[in-house]
Design a protein around this ligand. Sequence first.
Ligand SMILES: *Cc1c(COP(=O)(O)O)cnc(C)c1O
Length: 318
Amino acid sequence: MSSGTAALDVAVAALGLGEGDEVIMPTFTIVSCIQQIVRSGAAPVLVDSDPLTWNMDVSQALERLSPRTRAILVVHTYGLPVDVAPILDAAKERGIAVIEDAAEMIGQTCRGNPCGSFGDVSAFSFYPNKHVTTGEGGMVLTDDARIAQEASELRNLCFQRGRRFVHERLGWNYRMTNLQAAVGVAQLERLQENVERKRYIGRRYDELLADVPGVQLPLSSTGYAENIYWVYGLVLNDEVPFDAEQAIARLAESGVGCRPFFWPMHEQPVFRRAGMFAGERYPVAERMARRGFYVPSGLGLTDDDAERVAAALAALLR
Ligand SMILES: *Cc1c(COP(=O)(O)O)cnc(C)c1O
């Protein structure tokens, strides 16, 4: 696919989701996850986050199942995967689909199995900040021959074999070029090495920031996974008298470039204006959006860089 967003569009379309269908998904994610759900006429049913893993709260997701639920979209966020086991069980029992967004989890596992292997359809991104990059690019994985066929038609303008320019339905040009694919394949050789490097950077920050007050660090592991630190996120404690936006601005003055966390889907002006999610509140996600940000953690980050970042954070928070 030409991007991770394209992969998610195709995943939703290949499952045939539309009017009258509900899709359970986290509110704390990137807009790429929700666009095709909304455009198809299906209803996104949002779920709050877990305050420690920053992923979708799985028990809340299961509570939101209804007779109209057609799919659950899981998004592995920042470094730890969603614990997919209970979701896979519920989906199997009800005969509904699981869409997995593994864009940030290339090389990560959950209970020993690779992320991207859990969904009926799973999406990856190869954007420059991902663990494998093709400049822009993405991928859909499935074990289902029908979904594979649908996905390959949808990404290729639904050209038909035989009658190429006669269309029964509409698709997209979401093709990846061979040139990009070659660049991506070559990077697979170094994936494990790069993942180890990200984990090293994460551990380094854990040590450097252990005594800095006022800030929640990422969990280094859970019962089902070791953090891969796609990004190294921080959440300011409530007693800190400024928010993430101000923290990012002040760190920029010290030459440290940070990025904000996601902004929840239920608070997006584009959906608010359309009357969606009226009155819905997801307090954990709302707080993370306002108090969370992430620090530099690219593969090129040196030990000295990490120390500079940690010193700037300590100066800000002490
Ligand atoms: C990067 C990302 C995407 C979007 O991928 P693009 O290739 O930028 O379109 C989707 N989902 C998640 C979780 C991402 O991190």
